[in-house]
Design a protein around this ligand. Structure first.
Ligand code: SF4
Length: 277
């Protein structure tokens, strides 16, 4: 059996920075609150809980003077004001690439642009980014473009982990609708490389395995990319998934992971596959 593991598997830069930072903070401060899951990966979340992190859904669940960690996806703008009013110590691990999107949205608003944000509406990064301007038109599906109104000069920006294929289609349709539109192609290089490599590997293997958290949006997109290029694909969270046994039927197997999957999970999946035979 031949196993091809994507070189772009494992944590992306932003997730590694956040996870390492919070682990260090646990050693320094002991107890930390984190707003929302640090990353969409249960293994990582459970490991950090064991080190002193409590994940909360609302800033209301953070007590005055607590230490508050902000995850790589970022949060809404007003969370910082509430955190300051509660005298929280903020450990901000918003990925610099997401911070740049916040800044570009603010600048576009100040310069009088109408803003279109392309992304998954329920994704924390998109919810956070949207809060950086008073009015943002949010587009997740190409069909939604038809319901957009006539706009002045338009500024368009995209979620860092959005599907490249879907973004290209939406971008082309927006160009047809608006003459005066500027695009910032803000899909992260880590996302692009991962999706491109996933497509390459999937096109030459018999069976493709995507590893990632069940709520991870970028993992689901990788799975979609894999399915376009390989007839037999599965998506799993870790080495315990029974679907791995399907590998027995195939000779060449590919593996790619989402941006929030630790490298040791990938290694454990690879070991389990090797031990099947
Ligand atoms: S995918 Fe890119 S933008 Fe998102 S956290 Fe990772 S490095 Fe940052």
């Amino acid at each position: 059996m031949e196993l091809i593991i994507g070189k772009n598997s494992g944590f992306c830069f932003g997730v590694k920075r956040a996870v390492d930072g919070i682990e260090n903070d646990c050693k320094t401060y002991g107890k930390i609150k984190c707003l929302g899951e640090i990353v969409h990966n249960e293994t990582v979340v459970e490991s950090l809980e064991g080190k002193g992190v409590t994940f909360v859904d609302s800033i209301d669940d953070v007590n005055d003077n607590d230490i508050l960690a902000i995850r790589a996806h970022g949060v809404e703008k007003d969370i910082y004001d509430i955190a300051r009013s509660k005298n929280l110590k903020i450990r901000d691990y918003t990925c610099p690439k997401v911070v740049k999107i916040h800044e570009q949205i603010k600048e576009a608003q100040e310069s009088g642009y109408d803003i279109i944000l392309i992304g998954k509406k329920s994704h924390p990064e998109v919810i956070g980014s949207k809060s950086y301007a008073k009015k943002v038109y949010l587009i997740e599906e190409i069909e939604e473009i038809e319901s957009l109104p006539e706009l002045g000069k338009v500024f368009s920006i995209v979620q860092t982990t959005f599907s490249m294929k879907k973004y290209k289609e939406i971008k082309e349709k927006l160009k047809l609708k608006y003459n005066n539109i500027e695009f910032v192609d803000s899909i992260c290089l880590s996302t692009k490389s991962r999706q491109e490599e996933c497509a390459q590997i999937a096109s030459k293997v018999e069976f493709m395995i995507i590893i990632g958290g069940k709520n991870s949006s970028n993992t689901k997109k990788l799975y979609e990319v894999a399915c376009l290029n390989c007839e037999n694909c599965i998506i799993i969270q870790d080495e315990y998934d029974k679907k791995i046994e399907e590998c027995k039927k195939y000779g060449i197997i590919g593996i790619m992971s989402g941006a929030s999957t630790p490298i040791n999970t990938i290694q454990k999946v690879a070991d389990r596959i090797c031990n099947l035979n």
